[in-house]
Design a protein around this ligand. Structure first.
Ligand code: CP3
Length: 343
């Protein structure tokens, strides 16, 4: 595909404007998405590649973002693993057979992502085809959950505030923990590589909740596994975005685990984070809640981030975490315009 400003920034090459896209850009804040969701559950959507392609294109059309992300969920591998997955009416995930004892790790089904997650790969393929037809210069991002964030859902059984069940399992059963992390890192590494083969131009690894760990525990219990997942994904040649939240104390260790682009939230100023991660591209770091505020406040926050980026090649503008469902679409659209005109 023709070189896009998003892909150029992933490789720290200069761009005409700062590229911008949003985590969770296809989602409930958007009326088009809500209309599709009124007809079917999130799992049903994820199993229908044609619908996936349609939904993934909605934000490109509506917002003019510089990249599309395939519509899927990091927890989809839990279905073939045998953990049981559903989403409640509010969208929150529920895992029916969570991992609570070491024996539960042994009982996980062997997953071949090419076979058991064919719907995800087909979703990428069909989204790529739809983009080629309608938005031929817009690259596609494939994604997966990092081993720690996946393990936390598998053990907690759903969303958690402090991850104590996860940490207790990790401390009580280090051997079973490492086995679980090995299984998850291999699965997600291969799933990411397959998405690249199916047409994804870049790959994002979401380690959304890794910021709950101390640096020592990150290094001991997580880093080698995340590194393995990133190595497997990198074999595809696609640039890798390594994202987490609350990671201000973990940035150097995350860089060691790998990634061409490091995703940061809003709890650390962009220039400070960039100095810490060294010669890598950076993605972020607007607080999603700022978009609930008035326009001058949004403008001020965007200006501050762009000033801290200082026009250096390798900045991808994004939120520090996903768009909040209550965000007005027009505000999201105005961010794209502000970033494109002010960079
Ligand atoms: O970014 C995009 O537009 C692509 C779609 C996407 C979804 N999930 C669809 C979805 C992406 C990139 C994800 C990743 C994901 N899923 C993460 C990592 C990113 C993050 O936000 O930290 C995590 C932790 C999950 C697990 C998950 N799935 C949760 C915690 C929830 C419920 C909370 C919520 O945000 O609503 C989901 C459900 C989910 N996945 C929804 C969407 C659009 C909302 C459900 C609905 O449509 O009713």
């Amino acid at each position: 595909m023709p070189e896009s400003r998003f892909l150029a920034a992933c490789r720290r090459q200069p761009t005409d404007r700062t590229p911008v896209w949003f985590m969770r850009q296809a989602g409930r804040y958007m009326p088009e998405y809500r209309a599709a969701r009124a007809q079917q559950s999130i799992l049903e959507i994820c199993h229908r590649p044609r619908l996936v392609a349609q939904i993934s294109c909605q934000p490109v059309e509506r917002l003019g973002v510089d990249a599309a992300i395939v519509f899927a969920d990091i927890l989809l591998p839990f279905e073939p693993l045998g953990l049981g997955l559903s989403y409640n009416s509010g969208g929150g995930p529920k895992i029916w057979r969570p991992i609570r004892r070491p024996a539960d790790v042994d009982k996980l089904e062997a997953v071949d992502p090419a076979r058991h997650l064919g719907h995800v790969i087909d979703g990428v393929r069909q989204t790529k085809a739809a983009l080629a037809e309608r938005f031929p210069t817009t690259p596609l991002i494939g994604f997966g959950g990092a081993p720690f964030t996946l393990a936390s859902y598998a053990i907690e059984g759903g969303t958690s505030k402090n991850f104590t069940t996860t940490k207790q399992f990790m401390y009580d059963h280090p051997q079973a923990w490492h086995l679980l992390m090995e299984k998850l890192s291999r699965l997600v590494g291969r799933l990411l590589a397959l998405q690249a083969q199916a047409g994804a131009d870049a790959l994002q690894l979401f380690d959304s909740w890794v910021g709950c760990l101390s640096v020592n525990d990150y290094r001991e219990y997580v880093l080698p596994h995340t590194r393995r997942a990133i190595e497997l994904a990198s074999e595809s040649g696609a640039p890798i975005i390594h994202f987490g939240t609350g990671t201000a104390t973990l940035l150097e260790a995350m860089v060691e685990a790998g990634g061409d682009v490091i995703g940061v939230d809003w709890r650390i100023p962009l220039d400070e984070a960039w100095a810490r991660i060294g010669p890598r591209a950076i993605q972020g770091n607007l607080d999603p809640a700022v978009l609930l505020g008035p326009r001058p406040e949004i403008e001020r926050a965007i200006h501050d981030i762009l000033r801290r980026a200082g026009g250096r090649p390798g900045h991808i503008f994004n939120l520090g975490h996903g768009i909040l469902p209550e965000t007005p679409v027009e505000r999201v659209k105005s961010v794209v315009e502000m970033v494109h005109t002010k960079a």
